[in-house]
Write a protein that binds this ligand. Structure first.
Ligand SMILES: Nc1nc2c(ncn2[C@@H]2O[C@H](COP(=O)(O)OP(=O)(O)O)[C@@H](O)[C@H]2O)c(=O)[nH]1
Ligand SMILES: [Mg+2]
Length: 443
């Protein structure tokens, strides 16, 4: 169990050499540590150039010192920042001498966790810090910044507010049973339920896009051997990542390539061709292909346009995951698929139709409609949101079908609770521990 009364210290810059290395201290002892290390306390929030000395007066380094008295700091506690020279040895000497002055080395994510516990950030904002730091594309970075500035949290809070109003309405009615009949057919109640359902749908959609913005879109390419799956992967990724031959069964393992379509991170997954009677190695490849399908956000089903094969994909694709038919080898065909058929025609050999396919992948990500308000989200958020929406829907049905006001009240409570897990309004120590332990030390 982490003790939040301790004063903590860690390097805030990554390990290795650099022009500047920053050590951050947070907690009650920061002031005393600053006095010993720097000789005196710098003026709050003003950079001071100082010698850093250990408790025996031995020189460690010189650089800038910044002191932020509580509560106006990142963590909400008194914070000392030392900007010294960025060598691993210097930094570790400074950290060691601060430990000798009574601080403890920080756990991963502990600075952010303290900021959360002191109401400086909510949970989605704290997570957005990690997402911003780890963002792989400009769009992901922008989305994380919006989450950090509270765009996601305020959307969740607005929905939570709607739920609170509903709960007040429903619970008040339950307390006055003689009026319950009126309440059940109350226009206002039904309007509020409808509005709430709309908000759930909208936020669910936004959060799904936010998850794609953070993690990228996982696009799995499947189809019969020799349809041109590996050729497509190579073309889209702009390199010869996969071996291409005219021999069926060339690709036997899963191949993954990260590509960037206008700032959208896409992970392309090339798989072994799906067919009957493969040899043992290929059979394992096919098993892996089926496995990859389970993690797909979208599926591209590649067919040889000269011999498209059966009209339906005989594979288990998770519910809600779109499957796009892509007919390849257009260069060998006289006519191309009609635009209205929903089939995309390409030639991995000539590059024909690839622009349209890229455009289509953007659309699959919901990327076309990503407005200024797009924010990043995580799987954890989607799960909580799904649970909240599920309780809401169950409660609504209970009211509409069985006029069960009590059941509605209970489901609304559960729904509200699930929403609270997103921003951390409701949270268990266990959940917090899991979230913050994924951060790096010094954040
Ligand atoms: N003419 C033509 N040949 C293609 C095209 N795409 C792939 N091929 C050929 O089809 C064969 C199988 O391609 P490959 O990408 O290995 O298919 P995979 O088994 O689905 O991965 C190779 O000989 C490719 O050169 C295309 O668009 N046009
Ligand atoms: Mg292949």
């Amino acid at each position: 169990m982490v003790n939040f009364a301790d004063t903590i210290v860690a390097a805030a810059t990554p390990p290795g050499t650099g022009g500047v290395g920053i050590v951050r201290v947070s907690g009650d002892r920061s002031e005393a540590i600053a006095r010993t290390l720097l000789g005196s306390l710098p003026e709050p929030r003003c950079a001071a150039h100082r010698l850093f000395r250990d408790r025996n007066g031995e020189k460690l380094d010189s650089g800038l010192a910044l002191y932020f008295p509580a509560p106006a700091s990142f963590t909400g506690e008194s914070v000392l920042e030392l900007h010294g020279h960025g060598g691993p040895l210097v930094i570790s000497l400074i950290v060691d001498s601060i430990v000798a002055l009574g601080a403890r080395r920080a756990e991963p994510g502990e600075f952010s966790q303290r900021a959360f516990l002191n109401d400086k950030l909510d949970l989605t904002q704290a997570e957005a810090i990690a997402d911003l730091i780890n963002a792989g594309t400009t769009q992901a970075a922008r989305g994380a910044l919006r989450s950090l500035s509270g765009a996601f949290s305020s959307a969740v809070d607005a929905l939570a507010d709607q739920l609170v109003h509903l709960r007040m309405h429903v619970e008040a009615a339950i307390d006055f049973p003689e009026e319950e009949i009126d309440f059940l057919s109350d226009e206002l109640l039904h309007r509020r339920l409808n509005e709430c359902a709309d908000s759930f749908a909208l936020l669910g959609e936004q959060a799904k896009q936010g998850r794609v913005l953070r993690d990228g879109l996982q696009v799995v390419i499947v189809g019969k051997p020799n349809a041109g799956k590996s050729s497509l992967l190579n073309l889209l990724s702009g390199q010869q990542a996969a071996i291409v031959t005219e021999i069926a069964g060339t690709t036997r393992d899963i191949l993954r390539e990260q590509i960037d379509i206008d700032g959208l991170a896409v992970e392309l997954v090339d798989t072994a061709g799906l067919r009957e009677d493969p040899d043992r190695v290929e059979a394992e490849g096919i098993r892996r292909a089926r496995n990859a399908l389970q993690g797909a956000d979208a599926v591209l089903w590649i067919q040889d346009a000269t011999d498209p094969g059966p009209p339906t994909l005989d594979e288990a694709v998770p519910e809600g995951v779109p499957v796009t038919v892509v007919q390849n080898k257009l260069d060998l065909c006289d006519d191309r698929p009609k635009a209205t058929s929903g089939v995309i025609g390409i030639s991995a050999k000539t590059g024909d139709g690839i622009g349209a396919l890229r455009q289509h992948i953007r659309k699959l990500a919901g990327y076309e409609n990503l407005g200024e308000g797009a924010f990043t989200a995580r799987r954890r958020h989607l799960h909580a949101l799904d649970r909240a929406a599920m309780h809401f829907a169950t409660g609504r049905t209970a009211l509409e079908e069985a006029r069960a006001g009590e059941l509605l009240a209970e489901e609304l409570r559960l729904s509200h609770h699930a929403l609270g897990e997103i921003t951390g309004a409701v949270s268990s120590d266990d959940l917090l521990g899991r979230i913050f332990s994924q951060f790096c030390i010094g954040k």
